[in-house]
Write a new protein. Structure first.
Length: 284
C-alpha cells in the first residue's frame, strides 16, 4: 500500500520497515535526540538516491514531537515554542527581513494551520518603517495569506512570488498543513525543512512548489500534520475508504493550539531577545 506522508521521518521509518531495520539507506542520514523535553528526528537527504527512496527533495528535515503540548502539560507551550525557535533559527541564520506565507483555507479547520499561524506572528515591517529607532533590533516581518486556487483563481505561489518580488525579503517562510501516515502524528508534530514545500503532495494533489528555485531566495517550510488518508488508518486498501480524509474530532482546537506554538516559536527565532511573555503582550 502507498502510505503517502509529508513527513520525512515517517517516510524514512516506512522505508526501514520494508527494507529491514539493519539496512542502510544510501544518500540519507537520520538521527534522533531529546532536547528540552521534545523528541527531535533529523533526516538529511543528501542526493538523488535518497530523494528517490523517500520521495522527498534533497534537503534537511527536522521533526519535533510535541506530545506534552497535546496533553496540555504544565510548561509545555513554552517548551514547544522554544524548541521550534531553536530549530527555526538554525535554518534562518538571523535574516534582517522575511516574508511569511500562510498557505491553505482558513475556513476549513484541517487546512487552516497556515493562515492561523500568521495570527500568532509578530509582524514588524510597518513598525520598522514608521518607528525605526524603537524597532531597530527587530527583524522586518511581513505576511501574506494567498488563499486557495478555487477562491482566488491564482496559484498561491504566484501571489507569494509577487509579494516577495515587491518586498524583496532575505528569506521566505511558508506554513502549511501536512498529511501524515500515522494517527499519533496529527496535531502533535511539526516539521521544518529547507527543501521547500509542494502543497497537497501528501494527498496526491500536487500544487506549484515553494522552493528557492521558484522564489529566488531561501525558503523555510514549516508544517504540521492535521489529516491522513483513511486507508492509512485502516492499514489496507479498501474501495469504500478511497479518497476519504481523517482528522481528529477536536480538530479546530488542536490546529489552533499547534498554530499558536509554531507562530510563537518562529517569532522568537526572528526576534532574538524576546520571551514568550513578551510576545503575548505584543500579540494581545
Amino acid at each position: 500500500m502507498d502510505y503517502r506522508t509529508d513527513l520525512a521521518m515517517e517516510a524514512y521509518t516506512l522505508w526501514k520497515k520494508d527494507a529491514g531495520e539493519t539496512t542502510k539507506l544510501p544518500g540519507v542520514i537520520a538521527r534522533e535526540e531529546d532536547a528540552g523535553g521534545v523528541h527531535i528526528t533529523r533526516v538529511e537527504i543528501l542526493d538523488d538516491r535518497g530523494a528517490r527512496a523517500l520521495g522527498k527533495p534533497v534537503g534537511r528535515y527536522v521533526t519535533l514531537e510535541l506530545t506534552a503540548l497535546s496533553r496540555h502539560e504544565a510548561g509545555s507551550f513554552e517548551a514547544a515554542a522554544e524548541a521550534i525557535s531553536r530549530e527555526a533559527a538554525a535554518f534562518l541564520h538571523s535574516p534582517e527581513s522575511v516574508l511569511c506565507a500562510g498557505l491553505g483555507n482558513d475556513a476549513l479547520s484541517p487546512d487552516a494551520f497556515g493562515p492561523w499561524t500568521l495570527g500568532n506572528l509578530l509582524v514588524t515591517r510597518h513598525l520598522k518603517a514608521h518607528m525605526p529607532e524603537a524597532f531597530s533590533g527587530f527583524c522586518s516581518v511581513s505576511c501574506v495569506k494567498p488563499g486557495v486556487l478555487g477562491t482566488s483563481g491564482m496559484e498561491a505561489l504566484e501571489l507569494v512570488r509577487a509579494a516577495a518580488d515587491f518586498i524583496k525579503p532575505e528569506a521566505v517562510i511558508v506554513f502549511d498543513a501536512l498529511a501524515a501516515a500515522e494517527p499519533e502524528r496529527l496535531c502533535t508534530t511539526v516539521q521544518l525543512t529547507d527543501a521547500g514545500l509542494a502543497p497537497g503532495s501528501g494527498l496526491g494533489n500536487h500544487r506549484a512548489a515553494f522552493c528557492e528555485e521558484s522564489l529566488g531566495r531561501p525558503v523555510l517550510a514549516v508544517g504540521a500534520p492535521t489529516l491522513m488518508r483513511a486507508e492509512c488508518l485502516a492499514g489496507r486498501e479498501l474501495p469504500g475508504l478511497s479518497g476519504l480524509i481523517v482528522t481528529p474530532r477536536d480538530i479546530d482546537l488542536r490546529v489552533r493550539e499547534i498554530a499558536r506554538a509554531v507562530g510563537y516559536g518562529v517569532s522568537l527565532a526572528l526576534h532574538p531577545g524576546l520571551t514568550v511573555r513578551d510576545l503575548a503582550g505584543f500579540l494581545a
